[in-house]
Design a protein around this ligand. Sequence first.
Ligand SMILES: *[C@@H]1O[C@H](CO)[C@@H](O)[C@H](O)[C@H]1NC(C)=O
Ligand SMILES: *[C@@H]1O[C@H](CO)[C@@H](O)[C@H](O)[C@H]1NC(C)=O
Ligand SMILES: *[C@@H]1O[C@H](CO)[C@@H](O)[C@H](O)[C@H]1NC(C)=O
Ligand SMILES: *[C@@H]1O[C@H](CO)[C@@H](O)[C@H](O)[C@H]1NC(C)=O
Length: 749
Amino acid sequence: MVGNHLFVWFLCTFSLIVNINSNEYHNVQSRTWDEAIAMAKSFVAQLTLEEKCNMTAGVKGACVGNVLPISRLNFTGLCFQDAPSGVGDSVQRSTAFPPGIQIAASWDRDLFFKRAVAIGKEFYGKGVHFALGPMMNIDRNARHGRNWEGFGADPYLSGENAFYYVQGVQDQGVVATAKHYICNEQETHRSFGTPSNKIQPDTTSYAAYSANLDDKTIHEMYLWPFASSVLAGVGSVMCSYNQVNNTPACQNSKTLSELLKKELEFAGNVMSDWGATKTGVESVLGGLDIDMPGSDGLMGAALVRAVETGTIPEARINDMITRVLAPYYLLRQDQGYPTLDLDRDAMGDNHKINHQLSMAGIILLKNTNNVLPFNVTTDNSFFVYGEAAGQSKHGFGEGGWLQLGGAIYQGGGSGYVEPTYAVDPLTSLLLKSRESHLQLQYITDQFDYNVINASLNAHSFNNAKCLVFISSFSSEGFDRLDLHAADNGDQLVEMVASRCTNTIVIVNSVSQLNLESWIDHPNIVGVIWSGLPGSEYGPAIVDVLFGDYNPGGKLVFTLAKHESDYGTDISPTHNSNYVESVFLDYRHFDKYNIIPRYYFGYGLSYTTFSFSQLDISKAGDDKHTASSQYRQRRTRSYTNVGISRLDEPVYEVTFTITNIGKRQGSEVPQLYLGFPTEAEEPPKILRGFERVYLNKGESKQISLVLTQKDISYWNVVNQKWTVARGTYTVWISTSANNADMKLQSSFNV
Ligand SMILES: *[C@@H]1O[C@H](CO)[C@@H](O)[C@H](O)[C@H]1NC(C)=O
Ligand SMILES: *[C@@H]1O[C@H](CO)[C@@H](O)[C@H](O)[C@H]1NC(C)=O
Ligand SMILES: *[C@@H]1O[C@H](CO)[C@@H](O)[C@H](O)[C@H]1NC(C)=O
Ligand SMILES: *[C@@H]1O[C@H](CO)[C@@H](O)[C@H](O)[C@H]1NC(C)=O
């Protein structure tokens, strides 16, 4: 009953959106899940058993994954292509967008969405049906080789990123795929069959590691962003290589059938990660719908006999194909979808949004005496150091699997997009020199200590600013060996800082990095975390350095002083025990009172802000515009209606923020929530944020919405999201550092 009621309400809201906000991004008149499922079922009814079974495995074709065409029914098949930060797998004429870790660092939902729209348009333009993203595994292990594809260490922030990625892409008519389901938080021992760590190959055992975790932990930490994706209406979910509680993720009936399909009411399909299927019948019965890429012979035609002998009910095969095709009907891919041409140019002017995205994720960590931004009148002499300032000698590389020694635009592996272009910092600095008559010298060979040393003794050096570019790379398939900058980057920084009193370090890193050997050096007056900025790196960093853009990105993980402070690490064995439970990253640092180098959520600006007038009120009343705007913004015809009741706003938290500094800029107020004891939660949990852009002197009233789920904990006894009784504390802060809390209030339930 509740579901029906919501359904009617939601249809009304949807037509409202289309009218009010004839949104330029809303390309596709998508259907509802019920309509799509009905159409998929009538298609399935026309298939023979053999056709149906054959469709449960991918076939050879132009794309990285291909669904069997059925020509007698005019069904031309489906094309799947890698996706988290653009159309991947070495296709030509594709924009390399800043990866997940960078867009997350923008803390800007509008940009989460705009990036996804731009990505979706390129998939649509090339005629690709399914985008194999977003990637939302949690940054549980700082050394995980794939952290750069995901959205950092917090489930709520990851969930918001996943949500807007799904909507941005699906609004363009392209099916999004939430991955890697679930607990793929390390590469070491990630798969069966292949030793995954080439540095220390394990030749004795070939089982994928098992992520072992309890019910509360999986719900509140690792399932959370997948639940946000399902709520958004994601069409597909990719199961991962690893095992979960000793059952392979792609045949795990607990995670696939119970959590995803039953509890979250997910009506789309589960596809295997490439080669992650290890059994046929067990996978089908466990909840896998399509085996990718499908060459293993485990599913597909092999299932015909299993149906004939009664091992697999034919109804399950029907269900699988219905799930594979429902998203295709959901987004109207059956009507006028572009023909497939992977190399077709659909980039448009995406370089513009790319530049904006790149800047938005750059984080200012240290700015002693406001050395930044530079003023070209007074700051006109620069020395540039480090291989990461310039292009790699090897170009952009093939597939991006290896660190090539140059500026890093993306990480490696299937998430890598072969860029059509990428502009390095040095090139952009030279163009800036041309424009502003700057004196610029550079050394990008960071192993030539004699030349570096000689430059440090040069006469012209005295008044110069020294920019040291360091980097850290990682890739799918391997975990990082340590958290230090590549190619003795720390030594380079120390050498320059030992002589140059105005040293600014630019950190181009895939995820966490240890900055301890030099961060407190008095000559290091500025540190910018450029992150992993995509192909507009050069123009973006120059705009930040010279103040054309005021940085406002915030860390999406804690930067610890000691690697052991994180409390979690890659497991060298075949068991990865998530014993920290919900105490990850800032929640762990809070619990044990560990002082990190830089807190989760931290980042400076060239301006300053003040906060005032915190007010908490109950939502649910039409007068409260923040709640109705929240619903409008998030509702689509393809929204998952079943779990949307948990997304109902219950409180509105309102406050005022003012730019009291000297220039235009942005701040990210972060809402941390303290739960009553009953919930057994960490001292504080992120449950809201907004990036607020303000002119000098300007004030804005901000309203953040707390939903039913935001104030609930996973109750392992009654198996429901439950609101705890007692007092909830609300803090508005500019980082997870308690010293950065600006406003505090509470409400009672
Ligand atoms: C199903 O797949 C099998 C094995 O590849 C093939 O021999 C057969 O022709 C296929 N049948 C149909 C209807 O696609
Ligand atoms: C397939 O397309 C052809 C040509 O457009 C049409 O004549 C035929 O009816 C279609 N068949 C089905 C099953 O839709
Ligand atoms: C740059 O410095 C000059 C000289 O001190 C000053 O006149 C000018 O206002 C500064 N420009 C900016 C944008 O601060
Ligand atoms: C750099 O020069 C300093 C003094 O000029 C010297 O002590 C140091 O050993 C040199 N370092 C390298 C790596 O050449």
